[in-house]
Design a protein around this ligand. Structure first.
Ligand code: KG4
Ligand code: ZN
Length: 336
């Protein structure tokens, strides 16, 4: 099938547009929003405003890079949710305008399903079923993926997401938002000198809010004795926190892999860019003889290429959206 898809992602604080030709990614432009750094987290109102400013230049850059014109596009795909409503509305309204103007069909995409689908980019010979650990700023899920991308959640966080834990604990350490990549970088220079608890949860679920509280109390106690404690131990603190998050993720993942007798595992979402998690996954896959799927770094954090990749699958199966669809702040994962 000869198809050119234009995909739009605007669910949180990244404005992204990608052009794909028969599932091949021709361009994937991402504009990240620096405005949120000064507030230490995403401010929804500022995010929607920044999407509005960014979306047209991002579209032009994506078309240029792909050497494509709007007239050559066969279909418009867009993230429907989950995400921030104001941010989703910008992408969806833009997508609907383009589809109407060009008289082309629309495809709506579940952002979490797209993170899972990002594992298939550059990995077309995957064997099903496989397990995907989706770890992002808003979600932490263990997703069982069967033939035809049939997806079901086996376990998930009962409070904070793994990326949220990196960001919130990083904030306690005085690091800028988003703290995940900074913790990752500093961890490489430190040792896991401090030990923090891994929460006990039911079944295959996760919990990270206790870790945040435990780091908070630990820092208070140490800062009372030495008010330079954080600066003097920053690298070791980062490494200790990062290792605790990784251990709590891998503990549950190993349990599912064994109990479901799976041999293929992937990680997706922003936290899957973490070098410690990637190396832990390599070690586990060697030890257990698993096949491991690690998306390229550009497909880990929010991007429109993964939206387009899943849209291409829907296009081939003629799964189009009714143009009156609305954004969904919550959008449970299911079969596309
Ligand atoms: O998937 P994503 O871009 O957006 C959401 O859908 O949430 O994930 C963003 C999250 C942030 O919490 C960020 O701190 C985290 O991913 N992150 C990392 C790394 N890169 C991004 N966390 C740890 N290590 C990294 N290298
Ligand atoms: Zn995401």
């Amino acid at each position: 099938m000869n198809s050119k898809i234009l995909a739009i992602e605007s669910s949180c604080d990244d404005t992204s547009i990608s052009i794909l030709h028969d599932g091949r990614i021709l361009s994937n432009i991402v504009a990240s929003q620096a405005i949120h750094i000064q507030y230490g987290g995403v401010v929804p109102e500022s995010a929607s405003r920044a999407h509005m400013e960014n979306i047209l230049p991002v579209l032009n850059a994506a078309l240029d890079k792909a050497n494509t014109t709007l007239e050559e596009i066969d279909c418009i795909a867009v993230t429907r949710g989950p995400g921030l409503l104001g941010s989703l509305i910008v992408g969806i309204t833009f997508a609907k305008g383009l589809a109407l103007g060009l008289n082309k069909p629309l495809i709506e995409i579940n952002h979490l399903q797209a993170h899972v689908a990002s594992l298939l980019i550059d990995n077309s010979d995957i064997t099903f079923p496989f397990l995907c650990l989706t770890v992002s700023g808003g979600h932490t899920q263990l997703v069982l993926v069967k033939q035809n991308l049939e997806m079901s959640i086996i376990g998930q966080t009962i409070d904070d997401a793994a990326g949220e834990a990196f960001d919130k604990i990083g904030k306690l350490l005085g690091l800028p938002y988003p703290a995940g990549p900074v913790v990752d970088k500093l961890s490489k220079l430190g040792q896991a000198k401090f030990s923090f608890p891994i929460a006990k949860t039911q079944n295959y679920d996760f919990s990270f809010s206790g870790l945040k509280t435990s780091v908070l109390y630990f820092l208070k106690k140490e800062l009372d004795k030495n008010n330079n404690f954080i600066t003097e131990n920053l690298n070791d603190l980062c490494r200790s926190v990062q290792d605790t998050i990784i251990n709590s993720l891998t503990k549950q993942l190993v349990k599912v892999m064994h109990e479901y007798q799976l041999t293929t595992i992937g990680i997706a979402g922003g936290v899957s860019a973490n070098s410690g998690l990637r190396s832990a996954m390599h070690d586990l896959s060697e030890k257990n003889k698993w096949t491991i799927l690690l998306p390229k770094l550009e497909y880990c954090t929010d991007n429109a290429a993964m939206i387009g990749y899943l849209a291409n699958y829907k296009f081939e199966n003629k799964i189009f959206a009714d143009p009156s669809f609305t954004p969904l702040a919550r959008y449970p994962i299911s079969t596309p």
